[in-house]
Write a protein of this length. Structure first.
Length: 173
């Protein structure tokens, strides 16, 4: 198998920013890292229906700021805010930001296809509908791949579809 570079790590510092912004000493670093992972897992699990696409965490002088990018902010706010304070036991500022175009957001498209597959919808139909919605939403191109025991078959396989332009050689793509 060839060496593959993580696409997010490849772009960090060039066109993408870090998902977590803080600096810590060697003693605190591991605690903060575990804390960040727990915050992300809790928010994704507890508020899956809100369509959380990205969680940014910033730390400065004992204050933790969590920015949640979501497709449906009303679902998060309507439940009396987000219970992150209890999770880490520190005062936490929560910023909820709306994703303007959820059909063009890769994370949300993937989660919607996964949810449809869990509801036993045909994988071809789910993927083609997601492609159509993404292209209508203004995406320049989309590439989808679904793998596993597709359609309940005994042998696992991979099916992929693509539409539009998908430049894989440039970092800005």
């Amino acid at each position: 198998m060839g060496q593959k570079v993580n696409p997010n790590g490849f772009r960090v510092g060039v066109i993408r920013d870090w998902n977590t912004r803080w600096y810590a000493s060697k003693k605190e670093f591991s605690d903060f890292l575990i804390e960040d992972k727990k915050i992300r897992e809790h928010l994704k699990k507890a508020h899956y229906a809100a369509g959380v696409s990205k969680i940014d965490i910033e730390r400065a002088a004992g204050k933790v700021t969590v920015s949640i990018h979501t497709a449906r902010p009303g679902v998060l706010i309507g439940k009396g805010g987000v219970g992150v304070d209890a999770l880490i036991g520190k005062p936490v500022n929560v910023n909820i930001m709306e994703v303007k175009n959820p059909d063009a957001n890769a994370q949300l498209v993937a989660e919607s296809i996964a949810a449809q597959l869990e509801k036993r919808i045909s994988f071809r139909r789910a993927m083609k509908q997601a492609m159509g919605r993404a292209m209508k939403a203004g995406a320049k191109g989309i590439k989808l791949m679904c793998s596993g025991r597709l359609g309940g078959a005994e042998i696992a396989r991979t099916e992929g579809y693509h539409e539009g332009s998908i430049p894989l050689q440039t970092m800005r793509a």
